[in-house]
Write a protein that binds this ligand. Structure first.
Ligand SMILES: Cc1cc2nc3c(=O)[nH]c(=O)nc-3n(C[C@H](O)[C@H](O)[C@H](O)COP(=O)(O)OP(=O)(O)OC[C@H]3O[C@@H](n4cnc5c(N)ncnc54)[C@H](O)[C@@H]3O)c2cc1C
Length: 598
């Protein structure tokens, strides 16, 4: 079992060993913990032990937001039953799981309940990969939000309680019994719970262990025994008697910028019941987000460094978030070995990540899959998407809480999603770098996009080839020539003439990481900027982080990842050296002087 992300090092892997599950007449059991996942009457047990004694149905009814935190996600049955009963305007169900089930095992375990709980089908369809860290899923147009931490519960809970400012309404302490799983039930658990509860928060747990009851009492929960006969003697329920925490989320937010970053942020906020005014004087999806055939793939890394985790988590979240949306197709991708990632590196990536997520292929296997000659080994990433970004932006903005306007509202929280335009925030190390893709007619199309030596992306009218990376503006025509040559190199044919072209400006930071978070001096100004060449991967993830924090919820990224993306990082660097994007070398391409878009 790998250790938690918080203690991960370069040599570790992000893949989590899934739970070993046995089945005893359809009932899932853990041979390791010698315990059951749920009793024969499954949902009835959840109602009897967790929901009923905490009056979840009544308390959640008409609540603007009802947050449940559970220890031990298991098969997800408690989540499904809670989502069915808790008719809050929004339900956020947060769970911590050290040993996640394989999707196949979860499917088998939930088979008998799928008719009564149709959400089970959606949950299984969006089942998170066995990757360490936070995973988030949205159901019922955002009314139901599920966050799962894969890893040690203590690490996850520490991160969650540090971030979650709007508190928890109900705690479900599931997981295996204290005698079989003592690591989960340490005294610190109860302290974390107390630090993050609203006044009157409830706790329910199947266990009757005195140690648990004493721990809860010491942390400020008033507990009682709940008669569970004839199933078992009793369980514990309790109410938090401390002052608790509360957070007033803003009701309206301005989002500046109508590209992918702005649209994803607006949608994330709208689904969290915030009204959004979206402003873009140039029009919706007219910047880099007019790209007609972008590939959403993670540029995954081996190891468990913060950047490897960021890439894996952003890809896992964003591919699922955009999947099925208008303008997207789940095509998968082949990442072919090239100068940026050689064969050895790709092999390392495949070895470090779940097998059903990334596969290492020989050149022959890759060629067969692509139905065209592939010159080197490759990674096959089946969950990658091809995105018509403008179409996707328009689909994201179709929400009754989002209105496009010419002016932003006065005095409200504002998110800058303005690409390379940093406004008054001159410390942000951000610039614009042009790029071009060209569309060619080809006699034979690959079956899926290929990246790694430039990109070949099959589209309805031909093959999109790209993209150039123009540190300084190139003379007219050079972009097309470069892409024609790239295509000729792949196909070993004479360069052809493009039938269409896209030229845009990527917003690039000095460390090639996006800028996500709020300004140090102005709490009500937030950023989602600098998405560079991979906005389809980073913008949806950044949007969820920013929107969550604005409404006081924990982001689907732990503190270390949020720090990596924080706008504050540039202040510290500029103590040591000047802003590199304000030097003469890059002056010609600073945002104020970017060349005209073609
Ligand atoms: C040729 C090319 C190929 C690419 N290929 C891929 C790919 O394969 N995969 C991938 O993931 N990504 C790809 N990208 C990158 C991707 O397109 C971007 O990362 C993404 O579109 C960035 O979205 P954004 O919303 O941050 O920026 P933009 O789409 O540029 O949006 C910023 C918006 O802010 C607006 N704005 C500026 N100033 C203000 C202001 N003061 N007030 C209000 N609005 C303002 C602008 O008008 C603009 O519409 C490619 C980019 C290019 C150029």
């Amino acid at each position: 079992m790998p250790s938690s992300p918080a203690s991960a090092t370069e040599s570790e892997t992000l893949a989590i060993e899934p739970a070993a599950v046995g089945f005893d007449g359809g009932r899932p059991v853990s041979p390791v913990f010698e315990d059951i996942y749920f009793d024969a009457d499954g949902p009835a047990e959840t109602l009897r032990v967790f929901l009923g004694p905490a009056a979840i149905e009544t308390r959640a009814r008409a609540a603007k937001l009802f947050t449940v935190a559970e220890l031990g996600f298991g098969t997800g049955l408690n989540f499904l039953v809670t989502a069915n009963v808790a008719k809050a305007h929004r339900l956020h169900f947060v769970s911590f799981e050290r040993h996640p089930l394989r999707r196949d095992d979860a499917e088998k375990a939930l088979a008998q309940w799928r008719r009564d709980y149709p959400l089970a089908t959606e949950l299984l369809d969006a089942w998170p990969p066995a990757l360490a860290g936070w995973h988030r899923r949205h159901f019922a147009d955002g009314r139901i939000q599920l966050s799962i931490w894969h890893g040690d519960a203590a690490d996850g809970l520490r991160d969650f309680t540090r971030q979650q400012r709007c508190g928890v309404d109900a705690w479900f302490l599931d997981g295996f019994a204290p005698s079989r799983n003592p690591a989960m039930w340490r005294a610190q658990l109860f302290q974390h719970m107390a630090a993050c509860s609203v006044a009157g928060a409830t706790v329910t747990t199947f266990t009757a262990a005195g140690q648990v009851r004493r721990g809860l009492e010491a942390a400020g929960f008033e507990t009682r025994r709940v008669d569970q006969r004839p199933h078992k003697r009793h369980s514990i329920a309790g109410v938090f008697r401390g002052a608790g925490i509360a957070f007033a989320a803003p009701e309206r937010v301005n989002v500046l910028g109508g590209g992918l970053a702005g649209a994803c942020t607006a949608r994330a906020l709208a689904e969290k019941r915030v009204d959004v005014t979206l402003v873009d004087p140039a029009g919706i999806a007219t910047g880099a987000s007019a790209v007609p055939a972008a590939v959403l793939h993670g540029r995954l890394l081996a190891g468990a460094s913060a950047e490897a985790r960021l890439r894996a988590q952003a890809f896992a979240y964003s591919s699922e978030r955009l999947r099925g949306l208008r303008g997207t197709r789940q095509t998968g991708v082949l990442q072919v070995a090239g100068v940026n990632a050689n064969a050895e590196r790709l092999r390392g990536v495949a070895g470090a990540l779940p097998k059903d997520w990334v596969r290492f292929l020989s050149a022959e296997e890759a060629s067969r899959l692509a139905d065209m000659p592939v010159p080197d080994v490759a990674l096959h990433i089946p969950s990658a998407l091809t995105v018509n970004a403008a179409e996707c932006v328009r689909a994201l903005l179709e929400h009754p809480r989002i209105k496009a306007d010419e002016v932003s509202d006065e005095g409200v929280t504002t998110v800058l999603a303005t690409g390379a335009h940093r406004g008054e925030f001159s410390h942000l190390e951000l610039t614009g770098i042009s790029g071009q893709m060209d569309l060619f007619r080809v006699p034979h199309m690959p079956t899926l996009p290929l990246v790694g030596r430039g990109s070949l992306v099959p589209g309805a009218k031909g093959l999109w080839v790209g993209a150039t990376y123009e540190y300084r503006p190139w003379p007219a025509g050079d972009g097309e020539l470069a892409n024609a040559k790239r295509l000729a190199d792949w196909t070993k044919t004479a360069p052809g003439t493009a039938i269409d072209s896209f030229h845009g400006i990527r917003a690039v930071t000095s460390d090639r990481l996006p800028i996500v978070g709020h300004d140090a001096s102005q709490e009500r100004v937030w950023f989602s900027l600098g998405h560079g060449s991979h906005g389809t991967v980073t913008a949806p993830f950044a949007a969820e982080c920013v929107a969550s924090q604005i409404v006081g919820e924990a982001a689907p990224a732990d503190a270390e990842l949020l720090e990596l993306l924080s706008p504050d990082r540039f202040h510290a660097r500029q103590q040591r050296r000047p802003n590199p994007f304000r030097s003469r070398r890059t002056e010609a391409i600073t945002p104020d002087r970017t060349p005209e878009r073609s």
